[in-house]
Ligand binder design. Structure first.
Ligand SMILES: [Zn+2]
Length: 461
């Protein structure tokens, strides 16, 4: 699995898909024919899932269809047909599973562009009390990531972007999911978030501040040379993307103002892009956002305080806003008055203004600063702040898939795409709050949740 550690982003997803396909025996007949030991074991038969969907929103933005069958073959969508299909030509019924969602609303698996899978408020609090923010207890962080990825998948999120966790722990969990060893969301992971000395996300202990290895491992860099090296280090250990913190943040009480120089920002973004990785930055103030946009950053996390010029620049450059409205309601771990982040968010109205201006908006929550599995509250807030229900669903599927660079493979329910499919009890286009109760989850063709209950998390085969 070494190759999965070193190939980032889209390529690693494709490789992971190929790997799972190989496990499933797809395309293995030609390699068996070349075996010097004869024919070998026959390839296992293709597995089909026929999903009878009462209402299907296959492509958010288009009208839903009613009474259709989604034909899933192994890990992919084969086709969507009218009416409720019970058989597949030439396929033994033993290899067909029918899922009755005739009274449900079916849509593509959701995506969250901003989670922290190895922590949750209780865990973060204990780390904060020790005076460090980043993972000082990798074993606990790995177990957290196993549990929280399962909770996240149960909430209907089939792909997430982890933007700052205990890096080795989250990479290990990502790889186990990609290899089919356990069921969880597809994870794109940044590893350690990059920060400057004393900046937001500098998790290195005070006593290690001069230790180059500790700084590298914790993602701390100063100046363009160190920052290029920090990007290359995260790439080497397994990052799919690079996250860096351009300004202070609520979690570290480092104010919200800019912390990185222009040459540091440009070094990080250009090195990430050269290595085929996306770059995203945590940034609150207009000045910091603008410098990142000038450097070609792919997305802005939070972005609560843009000026009009910032919005124009993001629109022109195609930069995505990851609004994390949920993060404006922080848990008590953050040593600030709860109302302070809400007040700053409301003052900037970044989400409302970016939406009105037609800026690309992805779906991102900052889960991990609040409980995992409650990601859907972001939908409530998006709609409350003026987004249509359809656009909120578009943001959480097609838009976020495009930001991730994987829109060819996921984000809609169409022939040839990975079968990531969820169901809710009623139409979210009428009432977005139904997104809190996910009835069914299929990820890469495997049933993870049915009738509101999760299936076994591990693959014992
Ligand atoms: Zn965050």
């Amino acid at each position: 699995m070494k190759i999965l550690h070193t190939v980032p982003g889209k390529s690693s997803l494709l490789l992971a898909t190929l790997f799972v396909a190989m496990l499933a025996g797809i395309g293995s007949s030609s390699s068996l024919a070349q075996s010097p030991f004869g024919r070998g074991k026959p390839a296992p038969p293709d597995q089909y899932v026929l999903i009878h969907a009462g209402t299907l929103l296959a492509v958010p933005g288009d009208d839903p269809r009613t009474q259709v069958t989604i034909v899933v073959k192994n890990d992919k969508v084969l086709e969507v047909t009218d009416g409720y299909q019970e058989t597949v030509d030439g396929v033994d019924v033993a290899n067909i599973q029918i899922v009755d969602l005739a009274d449900r609303f079916v849509l593509p698996g959701l995506m969250d562009a901003h989670v922290h899978l190895s922590s949750q408020p209780s865990f973060s609090r204990s780390r904060a009390q020790r005076g460090t923010w980043q993972g000082t207890d990798p074993a606990k962080a790995a177990l957290n990531a196993v549990e929280y990825s399962r909770v996240t998948l149960s909430a209907g999120f089939t792909t997430v972007r982890d933007v700052g966790s205990d890096d080795q722990s989250v990479f290990a969990v990502r790889n186990a999911i990609n290899a089919g060893r356990m069921i969880g969301p597809r994870i794109l992971a940044s590893g350690s978030s990059l920060a400057v000395t004393g900046g937001h996300g500098d998790g290195s202990p005070i006593e290690d501040s001069g230790d180059p290895t500790a700084r590298l491992v914790n993602g701390v860099c100063d100046g363009p040379y160190e920052c290029r090296r920090a990007v290359r280090y995260q790439f080497k250990v397994g990052a799919d993307l690079i996250k860096f913190t351009s300004t202070g943040g609520f979690g570290s009480n480092t104010e919200l103002t800019r912390q990185l120089t222009s040459d540091e920002i440009h070094a990080i973004v250009s090195t990430a892009h050269m290595l085929g990785m996306k770059a995203t930055t945590h940034a609150y103030t207009a000045e910091a956002i603008k410098e990142a946009v000038r450097a070609g950053v792919d997305s802005i996390e939070h972005g609560f305080l843009p000026d009009d010029e910032t919005i124009k620049m993001m629109k022109k450059a195609g930069t995505y806003l990851v609004p994390t409205l949920s993060a404006s309601l922080p848990p008590p771990i953050f040593n600030i008055k709860d109302s302070e982040s809400e007040r700053i968010r409301a003052k900037g109205q970044a989400f409302e203004r970016a939406y009105a201006a037609g800026v690309n908006i992805a779906f991102g929550t900052d889960a991990g600063t609040f409980d995992h599995g409650t990601n859907a509250k972001e939908f409530d807030m998006m709609v409350r702040f003026g987004m249509t229900e359809m656009d909120a669903l578009y943001a959480a599927t097609i838009s976020t898939a495009t930001l991730f660079g994987i829109a060819e493979e996921v984000g809609t329910i169409e022939a040839g795409k990975l079968a990531d499919i969820i169901a809710v009890d009623a139409s979210p286009l009428d009432n977005i709050s139904v997104m809190h109760n996910i009835n069914f989850v299929l990820k890469s063709g495997r049933i993870a949740k049915i009738n509101g209950k999760m299936t076994e998390p591990f693959n014992y085969k």
